[in-house]
Design a binder for this molecule. Structure first.
Ligand code: 13P
Length: 670
């Protein structure tokens, strides 16, 4: 969960805030103020809370690169090039500060901190009267802003950190950049939180990858398969249908052996397209490709549109838009969705003659929104399309980020978002081999009621036989449905086993793997557990990977060695993206069901060690983010002191999870 400005006391504080004021400029005049307007709610809120000063920082274009390009263009055209004038007109923040002043009116004075850059401004800022907004010069005038080397990044980050007691990041558009002003600064400011724009973006985009209202239908278009592979793979995990349109559809059609005429194609991506088609089949997701087209003999706004009433395109024509049969199919597929995500147009909508398909998609998505479907539009071109058709206000959310929204949909952790994440607690109940269906459903009902106001992440993992009954009770609640194990194979002759496909069919979201009872009573080894972990992740489940030493291993001083091996081997081959869906549960075997709990200090020491193992494997961001639960005789009496430890992020509860009266106080320990 990200922390927002709402969670901190801003009164009398100096706030330093990253905004995305990278607006198009011409001769020092703002051409489009969308991004400035988008930051105003957070700016006004901070001022209204009585912040002492609010210092804003942003990049504006890329001065060095842009100037290089403009200069060589001028040389080619035989024109004179005035570098100072060019930079002044396109990259200086002073006109943006003036524009913001106009927008804020009497709310607050806005002052520009000077063209000499972002260093050495503490005295200037502290000298302003209370409630002043200070705009710093373009952060990208300093090469440290975008440096690859952490020391360089930190040099600017430290200087910027001097200007605030609290860092607010509201620049979603640059959240995917690991820059001094977007991420590194958080290392040097006591508190980092997100602004309202960032919060809204994350709240709409993240659940699409983690836990969407299903069925999820994704519409992915655009020119190139190569730029969308990661997002297709990520969405496949939750989508019931993937609509593939735009130029990239032809690579898929060619992969299926269809005729595509002279349409755009990436021959080097045909194998990738085939793999995605196979993966979709395995995941049970429908792939929707164009059934007919609107084509032309050339790629030109003035080209004469030709209706092509079938999939195969004649030799001399290229497809530039989808036809009416395809739109009818889209209508059918979208009608089933509870969530729709749209990234990339389905035709060349910039040319009016080939805009119809994309316009129809925009209309269908708008119509779905009016029926209560959650609709999210992300990516520069589809946003331009909904703006062109004046339908932006008819979507649940239109993202302000191009690269950032794509990377979030790919399931990546974005540096500018990670720094605003508060601690996330995850409290899970492992019901083991207890209770009938009826008893399980009754417990689930009681939990839904008592955890409704709970602030953390919750899970109930009944036995296989009760999954359906419990799933029906938990649907739509804030408690996830978990299974206690899965088979290492997808399907086949495996008497007595239960597969991931069957669990998915039951609506299971999380699978507990490597529990010590599986390791010790059923002789599951690290290799088998790892196979299951990878299989579950491949099918889009979250995984709780259990680790922990026996009493004998503890007495022999092998705690760290055992936990290290079980973590490393359990996670072997798990990608950094997949790791975002993994929770580790440290359950010392001697503490399970025995009433003996590790002391909070003992448990903390092991948790810290395990986080270090994750850091070596995946880096510090991932280590900071991963949730590590403690398990072993967690009770209402000890939950609070365990959760107070720096590296204990939740609990995996056995015995005490079997009654709402004991589980609810653990789940709401604070
Ligand atoms: P107890 O809470 O009963 O010790 O069980 C812990 C456990 O094994 C949870 O998975």
């Amino acid at each position: 969960m990200i922390k927002t400005v709402k969670t901190v006391d801003l009164k009398g504080k100096r706030v330093i805030m990253r905004v995305d004021f990278n607006v198009p400029m011409k001769d020092g005049v703002v051409q489009d103020d969308t991004r400035i307007v988008a930051a105003i709610p957070t700016i006004k809120y901070i001022l209204a809370q009585g912040a002492k000063t609010l210092t804003l920082m942003s990049h504006l274009g890329d001065p060095a690169k842009d100037a290089e390009k403009a200069k060589s263009k001028a040389e080619k055209d035989g024109k004179a090039f005035d570098l100072d004038k060019y930079i002044k007109g396109k990259h200086r923040m002073e006109p943006v500060a003036a524009y913001l002043q106009k927008k804020l009116g009497k709310t607050a004075p806005v002052v520009f901190a000077g063209e000499d850059g972002c260093y050495g401004k503490k005295a200037f800022i502290d000298g302003q009267k209370d409630g002043t907004v200070i705009m710093l010069e373009n952060t990208r005038f300093h090469k440290e802003e975008t440096a690859k080397d952490a020391k360089e990044l930190d040099k600017l980050a430290k200087a910027l950190a001097e200007y605030g007691d609290i860092f607010v990041n509201d620049a979603f558009g640059t959240a995917h950049r690991d820059h001094a002003s977007t991420a590194s600064i958080a290392k040097f400011v006591p508190l980092s939180v997100a602004g309202f724009l960032m919060e809204k973006e994350v709240n709409y985009l993240e659940p699409i990858v983690t836990n969407p209202a299903k069925p999820l239908v994704a519409i992915i278009g655009g020119a190139k398969v190569s730029s969308k592979i990661a997002v297709l793979e990520s969405l496949l995990k939750n989508a019931s249908a993937l609509v593939i349109g735009g130029g990239m559809a032809f690579t898929f059609l060619k992969a299926q052996g269809k005729k595509i005429g002279t349409s755009l194609v990436e021959d080097d991506q045909i194998d990738t397209a085939k793999k995605i088609l196979e993966a979709a089949k395995a995941a049970g997701a429908e792939i929707v490709l164009p059934l007919d087209h609107v084509g032309a003999d050339k790629y030109d706004a003035a080209a004469k549109p030709v209706a092509i009433g079938k999939v195969d395109i004649p030799d001399k024509l290229m497809g530039l838009d989808v036809g009416p049969k395809t739109v009818a199919k889209y209508k059918q597929v979208l009608a089933k969705a509870k969530t729709i995500v749209w990234n990339g147009p389905v035709g060349v909508f910039e040319f009016d003659a080939f805009a119809k398909g994309t316009e129809e998609v925009a209309k269908l998505v708008a119509e779905a929104t009016s029926k209560g479907v959650i609709t999210v539009v992300g990516g520069g071109d589809s946003v331009a399309a909904v703006n062109k058709f004046k339908l932006a206000s008819k979507m649940s959310h239109v993202s302000t980020g191009g690269g950032a929204s794509l990377e979030l949909l790919e399931g990546k952790a974005l540096p500018g978002i990670e720094v605003t994440r508060g601690r996330e607690y995850f409290i899970a109940g492992n019901w083991k081999m207890h209770m009938s269906r009826g008893e399980s459903a009754a417990l689930a009902k009681a939990l839904v009621k008592s955890l409704k106001s709970g602030k953390h992440k919750y899970l109930a993992a009944p036995s296989f036989t009760a999954l359906q009954a419990v799933g029906e009770v938990l649907a739509g609640s804030n408690i996830l449905l978990g299974a206690q194990n899965c088979a290492a194979e997808e399907q086949g002759a495996h008497t007595g086993e239960v597969s991931v496909l069957q669990l998915k069919d039951l609506g299971v979201q999380v699978i507990i793997l490597g529990h010590s009872e599986r390791r010790h009573s059923y002789k599951e080894d690290d290799t088998l557990i790892n196979t299951k972990v990878k299989l579950a992740l491949k099918h889009g489940f979250e995984v709780i990977l259990c680790i922990g030493e026996t009493l004998e291993e503890r007495e022999k001083g092998k705690v760290e060695a055992v936990c290290k091996t079980q973590t490393e081997k359990g996670l072997a081959g798990v990608t950094p993206q997949e790791l975002a869906k993994v929770t580790i549960a440290y359950e010392p075997v001697w503490a399970i069901g025995t009433g003996k709990t590790a002391t909070p200090e003992d448990a903390q020491a092991v948790h810290k060690f395990v986080r270090g193992v994750v850091e070596k494997l995946y880096g510090s961001q991932a280590a900071k983010r991963i949730v590590i639960q403690y398990g072993g005789s967690v009770k209402p009496e000890n939950a609070r002191e365990l959760m107070a430890m720096a590296d204990i992020d939740g609990a995996l509860v056995g015995g005490a999870s079997l009654k709402a009266e004991t589980f609810a106080p653990i789940a709401k320990f604070d």
